[in-house]
Design a protein around this ligand. Structure first.
Ligand code: BDP
Length: 331
């Protein structure tokens, strides 16, 4: 009798402990917001979703990443980055062109004609020097998780552009970043720094004459509808970055941090594959929509225009530029 009462008490205690533990785990689920400017189905957005899936898997449900696509949080990446910095948003995927205003070393990517090709860019991003740039975001208040492909950016306008001289005296939008302002001005146009979310109506109303971006973005922002001329000079290859607030990161356990890193690393090949497929599809789509696409066989005039700017800026990035040069494919 005494023995069975003891067993019952023990069983009750076990059940209570179990209920307590379940309660704890349920309570412990952390929700992290991820901001993405592009709409659902865009290559970086698909990668964000894949990241969320893997984080959930590797933290056994402990962390849920909520992706907010289409600039729902803000159509201005500068605002998003500020929010990540103070920990109000945990994670974001932005262009390194935008993040360069918060971490000067990233501005190396805003040097025009930096990489010879996509392969060259990835050889660098995957190298120790490229991975170190992610780690070096820490003093700016960020944790770099991984790089994604952002293709090559070219000029597009609401008037015919066939050569560099056609940029002269016209107004072109750039991301808010001083180096990008200088780049556009070196090419002869006036630079208008502006958030991506404002560009469509700025072109439509003639506040600006054009902008510059990769083919997928012409579709995701609908810019092909208001700017029918696309001059494929491919002056920039700005990698995309998935990064996190250091304030939020420091609250995670070591296991959670490892899980996030592992998840991010595994989305890179996934994003690159989606990107490569969509890049071609996007160019074909804008062509089909009546966009006039002008290939640039000889980029020398564009390269000459920014030569002096590159010479002035290069000393700031000496070490990184050396690493990039070492990885330049042999001609
Ligand atoms: C796109 C990037 C996006 C930037 C946008 C821009 O994917 O992150 O916000 O360019 O020009 O290519 O602002």
């Amino acid at each position: 009798m005494k023995h069975s009462r003891h067993v019952v008490r023990l069983a009750v205690m076990c059940v209570m402990a179990l209920v307590f533990c379940i309660g704890l785990t349920a309570q412990a689920q952390m929700v992290l917001k991820l901001s993405e400017i592009h709409p659902q189905g865009y290559p970086t957005e698909l990668a964000d979703e894949e990241f969320a899936r893997l984080v959930n898997l590797y933290t056994k449900g402990g962390i849920k990443v909520d992706v907010f696509p289409g600039g729902q949080i803000s159509g201005d990446e500068k605002v998003v980055i500020e929010q990540v910095k103070i920990g109000a948003i945990a994670i974001a995927r932005v262009s390194s062109g935008a993040l360069g205003s918060f971490n000067a070393q990233l501005n190396v990517f805003s040097l025009p004609f930096l990489f010879d090709s996509k392969e060259h860019m990835w050889a660098f991003l995957n190298s120790p020097a490229g991975q170190k740039m992610l780690a070096d975001l820490a003093p700016s208040g960020f944790v770099g998780l991984c790089w994604y492909d952002g293709g090559a950016r070219s000029f597009y306008a609401n008037y015919p552009i066939n050569k560099i001289e056609d940029l002269k005296g016209k107004k072109y939008r750039v991301m808010p970043n001083n180096l990008l302002v200088k780049m556009v001005e070196a090419m002869g146009a006036s630079a208008v720094p502006m958030a991506a979310g404002q560009v469509f109506s700025a072109i439509q109303t003639g506040v600006i004459d054009g902008a510059e971006n990769n083919p997928p973005s012409l579709i995701s922002f609908n810019h092909y509808q208001v700017a029918k001329h696309y001059l494929l000079d491919e002056h920039l290859r700005l990698p995309e970055v998935l990064f996190m607030s250091k304030i939020v990161w420091d609250k995670l356990s070591k296991d959670q941090q490892d899980a996030l890193r592992k998840a991010a690393a595994e989305t890179v090949a996934f994003q690159r594959q989606k990107w490569d497929a969509y890049e071609i599809e996007a160019l074909n789509k804008i062509k089909a929509e009546g966009e006039i696409i002008i290939p640039v066989a000889d980029k020398t005039p564009f390269k000459n225009a920014v030569k002096q700017l590159i010479a002035e800026e290069s000393p700031k990035f000496a070490e990184t530029l050396k690493a990039i040069d070492t990885l330049r494919p042999k001609k």
